[in-house]
Design a protein around this ligand. Structure first.
Ligand code: SF4
Length: 383
């Protein structure tokens, strides 16, 4: 089985109001030591059983903040330690960080896919969310990437930003479709209590426009109208939050939903080798210090028990609209977890009668009109 590699770059220019990721705004002087630590971790990690890498993903944070030469250094260190074959190599980029020179340098460094964090085409929504870019920057960025030669671009939108209305959402979707990226992600805003927006939602106040967040019903309507628009425009809806033109699904993210192995490098990066999951220390300064001292940055090492593996098959696999193969589940887990599998069979029957899931042959999938309540379905199935 092939391996995916994820590189975490936990630095941003500002903190978006809705974000509670372990990312920070730091001096650019810290970028180089961080990259050096990542290269060292890559060189010192021996991957057993899966030496061929076919996806590489630089995420964050805002990895496009790093100098292209620094990104190249990290890519070169991956090539030095692993066999890379026909790889999809993705860089997450924020629109305002993109220049023609950087675009060409990214392509030359080996990136062949850019994931562009558009989020909205409304300047007032972008401003309220604390984003640095504006609508015009998105068009400029897409143009620069195309001119440089990128033929695989993904773009994100968020449904549920403060000040979003039915009209502004429709406009964002249509403007996005006008650019015709190969891949689209649409996330329904989930307010994290630890974010500035979440704190304001709980405590009150108007600084981050928490009072202007659309209702859950409105957000669900935004999502469903986007589903219809994207389908009409020829995009395959292949995962709850993801659409692609033919042949352009995110090969890297598919590994997560299919429980295939991946190694994460950098502060807070997660890894899965098929039998255990682990994460690196979140604090980037501590991560660099550990790597410089020769101390392993890994923590939270958790073996994946057969019970947990079975649950993952459902709550990760069912995110894909193709669903999961129940025959495979029965043959892989039925013998050792007979009672749990029998319990799941009963629960599936109940969910089918409520119209929440569908069964076609041996394939189980979420009902297409219930994707907005997928979390509730997972709780009922696995609870
Ligand atoms: S750019 Fe992304 S990671 Fe950084 S603060 Fe905004 S949402 Fe969070």
């Amino acid at each position: 089985m092939t391996l995916g590699i994820y590189i975490q770059v936990p630095f941003c220019q500002t903190k978006c109001t809705y974000c509670n990721f372990h990312t920070g705004v730091v001096s650019p002087e810290r970028f180089e030591p961080y990259a050096g630590a990542v290269c060292r971790e890559i060189a010192e990690t021996v991957a057993v059983n899966a030496p061929v890498v076919d996806t590489v993903y630089f995420g964050g944070g805002t990895p496009s903040l790093l100098d292209p030469a620094t990104l190249r250094r990290i890519i070169d260190s991956i090539y030095h330690s692993y066999q890379i074959v026909s790889a999809e190599v993705t860089l997450e980029a924020d629109p305002e960080t993109i220049t023609p020179e950087k675009s060409s340098a990214w392509l030359a460094a080996g990136f062949n896919r850019i994931s562009l964090g558009a989020q909205s085409f409304s300047d007032s929504e972008l401003q309220a969310a604390g984003r640095m870019h504006r609508r015009a920057d998105i068009f400029r960025a897409a143009e620069m990437l195309r001119t440089a030669g990128f033929d695989n671009i993904s773009m994100d939108l968020i449904a549920g930003l403060p000040h979003q209305s039915c009209g502004s959402w429709e406009n964002s979707v249509m403007e996005l479709l006008g650019i015709r990226p190969e891949h689209i992600s649409i996330y329904m805003l989930e307010i994290d209590d630890g974010s500035r927006l979440g704190k304001e939602s709980l405590a009150g106040g108007s600084r981050y426009s928490a009072g202007q967040i659309p209702t859950d019903d409105a957000i669900a309507e935004f999502y469903e109208s986007a589903c219809a628009r994207l389908a009409a425009a020829g995009y395959e809806h292949y995962e709850i939050s993801n659409w692609a033109l033919r042949g352009r699904r995110s090969r890297h993210n598919l590994k997560y939903w299919r429980r295939e192995p991946y190694l994460g490098f950098g502060a807070g990066a997660h890894s899965f080798d098929g039998v255990k999951r682990w994460a690196n220390v979140h604090d980037s300064a501590r991560y660099v210090a550990y790597m410089e001292q020769g101390v392993s940055p890994q923590e939270q090492i958790e073996p994946v028990t057969p019970e947990h593996a079975l649950e993952e098959e459902f709550f990760l696999g069912l995110r894909q609209l193709d669903g999961i193969d129940l025959e495979h589940i029965e043959s892989a887990y039925g013998e050792f977890q007979h009672d749990r599998v029998a319990d799941l069979r009963t629960r599936i029957t109940g969910l089918r009668s409520q119209g929440l899931v569908e069964l076609e042959g041996a394939r189980l999938r979420l009902a297409p009109d219930r994707l907005t309540i997928s979390n509730e379905v997972f709780v009922e199935l696995l609870g």
